[in-house]
Design a protein around this ligand. Structure first.
Ligand code: ATP
Length: 125
């Protein structure tokens, strides 16, 4: 049996996490701004249904990676406030996850927006 009340409580805690992410984390705020820019540019360029699906997935992927990275950083800072080579390795790997996802998003953006811009010019001239 699904406990709906418990699910709603978990959803509320997760929403608090989303607000904390964009309120306190500088990199997450940058990714939020980048996503808003992409949404505005996509509206101007009239991306099609599939292009919006792809853009939404990569934006969500970057935000999710940022959230996991922040959570890992906080665990590291709690368990080991001092400098430790293993903490460095863990934080660097977590940051690598964000970098990989951000590069994937950037590459996807170049492909999707590149095509949309070329199409725009094709119809204009
Ligand atoms: N306790 C530590 N021991 C060893 N190296 C660390 C430690 N804390 C941070 N570092 C190194 O510094 C880098 C940056 O860590 P930091 O926690 O400042 O993350 P950040 O990406 O700057 O995030 P934020 O701006 O949210 O603090 C890590 O990737 C790691 O290489």
């Amino acid at each position: 049996m699904i406990n709906v009340r418990k699910m709603l409580r978990s959803f509320s805690y997760a929403t608090e996490g989303v607000f904390a992410l964009f309120r306190y984390e500088n990199n997450a705020r940058f990714h939020l701004l980048a996503a808003l820019t992409v949404l505005i540019a996509g509206s101007f360029l009239r991306l099609n249904y599939l292009e919006w699906v792809i853009i939404s997935i990569v934006i969500g992927g970057v935000w999710a990676a940022e959230a996991f990275n922040t959570a890992i950083e906080k665990v590291c800072d709690m368990i080991s406030p001092d400098i430790h080579p293993q903490i460095k390795a863990i934080k660097d790997l977590a940051a690598a996850g964000v970098l990989i996802m951000a590069c994937t998003a950037a590459f996807t953006g170049i492909i999707v927006f590149g095509k949309a811009i070329l199409t725009l010019f094709y119809f204009t001239f």
